[in-house]
Design a binder for this molecule. Structure first.
Ligand SMILES: [Zn+2]
Length: 113
């Protein structure tokens, strides 16, 4: 996701388009569901869902001395699932290697879960 408001604090047409258009179906007149999932002093985690195609964007808006910026990912999570998973511990390299080792040593994938 591009910066919504560039550092010179003048909203660009492209930046506003990111909010008004769904990034998946590109429909501009869609009803959007938006929720603030978490907010701190300088950042907001926002969940935005397109009601036309049901795609969602999870965006982190933050501000600092250089201006306001955002990072977003397209997801199929519901907002309650984001809240559920954000509190879980991180998956680290050892976790991935452990799963790989277990899968390569066991033929029956269904027993892993
Ligand atoms: Zn859409």
């Amino acid at each position: 996701m591009k910066d919504i408001i560039p550092p010179n604090n003048k909203p660009s047409e492209d930046g506003l388009k990111m909010i008004s258009h769904c990034p998946v179906c590109h429909y501009s007149n869609t009803a959007i569901e938006a929720k603030v999932l978490e907010e701190n002093d300088n950042s907001h985690l926002v969940y935005i869902k397109c009601k036309r195609c049901q795609s969602a964007v999870l965006a982190l808006f933050s501000s600092n001395s250089f201006g306001i910026s955002s990072i977003g990912v397209i997801t199929d999570f519901e907002s309650y699932e984001v809240a559920k998973f954000k509190n879980l511990s991180r998956v680290n390299n050892d976790d991935v290697l452990s799963v790989y080792k277990h899968l390569s040593e066991n033929d029956d994938f269904s027993k892993v879960f």
